[in-house]
Design a binder for this molecule. Structure first.
Ligand code: MSP
Length: 509
């Protein structure tokens, strides 16, 4: 039995509604989970919301709500958005869940009892947008590089986690086990950070300044620093579902963007070491979606909403664009025009049109009845194109190269479209003597559609299901990846009349 695999997205802040950036990471997790399940592997998926801290307290106050009421509202909006766009998260965890709160306190108490937390004073430059202190040298023109606002100087007494004590172990870990941070460029960045002293981590906030957080179990004048709270969701989430088994937790793969590498690559493993919990398996870091080369984010106001994209183009088209356009690890430019171009070229023309033509000919010439026959001539190369696509897909997806995997499938689809032109069944059909060959060609093309549905199912789940149903097959076929070519259609099997899978769309004005 293959090992289970456990994916997490970041636990999103509830200071704004879900946008493109959140959607991308969550779509990637959803795709990977579907991918592994299709291959018979047990795949778990956790997402959720990060609800404590200054940032949330401030937006709630601005909205005239209590932090909890505000968090309830936005958290529900994340959840309902993921539901509406069909993302099959297994668990949706909130940092305000009582089980999570209890777990954070338990871990803090354990680390404190070990002498790994001490009391001291601190002065630093704090950005409330980022919820963290900045070093002078990290600022750009004295401002936070993300929020473009000047951080404020704060001096206070706080609790500190002896993170520096773990510095050497972290260096050894990331040097010895490079697969822990992928792509490798981010691992090298982390190792570069680890060449400087990392210092200790301030893990408390005095209630005199901020009351919205989890009480420190050993001093109720303080609440817990939001990162120390949120990261633990990855483990408390498993526990909440009775799955707090180390053998599962060790298979955790965290999907994050490059903005939160440091807390995940430095704070988090040090916390796990201190708490004597196993380490996560790997961090997978992707780049930013940018619009006009600036980071797309709620604080800068240029947002793309997933529900709008779904309403305008359909969720599968939006998923396809996200997965096909971004090379995981690098930044990508979001453009609705580029989305429409891909939709029209790859989905409407490349796939939708092929499906319509095949199903229409199957109706017209054989009333939908598939005519299975042994392949001949061009048929062999057509089959091989899909064998190759499958092989490439299996190589690329576990490496997070979704764009390469999809490219490989669309190369095979190009081959299939060319096969239709070359074999010209619509011309052959005019000659009654050629009817058996027309039947054979259409049979090969039904196999193309069946295989395409299977290969694309993790990426385009709605389309894959529609396609197998149009082919008159059972949904269960989607999991039968290894079914040999030529065995899906029994004699007498009937396909349905065509439907437009992807109507062409006009580019945005
Ligand atoms: N609450 C923290 C995470 C705690 S995890 C224990 C947080 N939340 S966030 O709401 O700001 O989400 C950040 C994440 O959202 C990024 O790491 C990424 O997954 C996603 N994205 C937000 N904007 C993005 C882009 N413009 N592009 C791609 N993804 C980005 O940080």
């Amino acid at each position: 039995m293959a090992e289970p695999i456990y994916y997490t997205t970041p636990i999103y802040y509830v200071n704004a509604e879900p946008h493109l950036g959140h959607t991308y990471t969550t779509v990637v997790a959803d795709t990977l989970v579907r991918w592994w399940r299709q291959r018979g592997r047990d795949a778990l998926f956790l997402t959720g919301t990060d609800e404590h801290g200054d940032k949330i307290a401030q937006v709630a106050a601005k909205a005239g709500e209590t932090p909890k009421a505000y968090a309830d509202r936005i958290s529900a909006s994340f959840r309902s958005t993921w539901d509406a766009i069909g993302l099959r998260y297994g668990w949706f965890e909130r940092t305000t869940d009582p089980g999570h709160v209890a777990f954070v306190q338990q871990v803090l108490a354990r680390i404190h009892a070990k002498g790994e937390i001490y009391f001291g004073s601190y002065t630093g430059l704090y950005c409330t947008g980022c919820e963290r202190f900045y070093q002078e040298r990290e600022l750009v023109d004295g401002k936070c590089p993300d929020h473009k606002t000047a951080p404020v100087e704060i001096a206070e007494e706080n609790y500190f986690f002896r993170m520096s004590a773990y510095q050497d172990r972290l260096i050894a870990l990331f040097e010895r086990e490079p697969e822990r941070i992928q792509p490798d460029g981010y691992r090298r960045e982390v190792l570069a950070l680890l060449r400087e002293p990392i210092g200790d981590l301030c893990i408390s906030r005095p209630k005199s300044r901020l009351a919205w957080g989890i009480d420190l179990p050993f001093d109720d004048r303080y609440v817990t620093y939001v990162w120390f709270d949120a990261l633990l969701t990855y483990v408390s989430g498993l526990q909440a579902h009775g799955l707090n088994r180390p053998e599962l937790w060790q298979h955790a793969h965290h999907l994050i963007a490059k903005d939160i590498v440091k807390p995940h690559a430095i704070f988090w493993p040090a916390m796990l070491m201190a708490a004597e919990l196993p380490l996560y398996r790997a961090l997978h870091v992707h780049g930013y979606w940018q619009m006009n080369a600036d980071k797309m984010s709620k604080s800068l106001g240029n947002v793309v909403r997933p529900l709008e994209m779904q309403a305008r183009y359909g969720m599968d088209a939006f998923r396809y664009y996200l997965l096909r356009e971004m090379a995981f690890g690098q930044d990508a430019e979001f453009s609705e025009t580029a989305l429409v171009t891909r939709l029209n070229a790859d989905l409407a023309n490349g796939l939708g049109n092929l499906a319509s033509r095949v199903l229409a000919m199957q109706q017209r010439y054989f009333q939908g009845a598939v005519q299975p026959r042994a392949p001949e001539g061009d048929d062999v190369a057509l089959h091989e194109a899909f064998v190759l696509a499958r092989r490439e897909l299996e190589q690329h997806v576990p490496q997070m190269a979704f764009h390469r995997g999809l490219e490989a499938v669309w190369r095979a689809l190009d081959h299939a479209n060319k096969y239709v032109t070359d074999t010209a069944p619509f011309t052959l059909a005019k000659d009654p003597a050629m009817r058996p060959r027309v039947g054979a060609i259409l049979h090969e093309l039904c196999e193309v559609l069946r295989t395409t549905a299977q290969l694309t199912a993790p990426f385009l789940p709605e389309t894959a299901t529609r396609l197998v149903r149009l082919l008159g097959l059972d949904d269960a076929v989607l999991a039968e990846l290894d079914r040999p070519w030529g065995t899906a259609f029994a004699p007498g099997h009937r396909t349905a009349p065509p439907e437009a899978l992807f109507p062409r769309v006009e580019p945005p004005a």
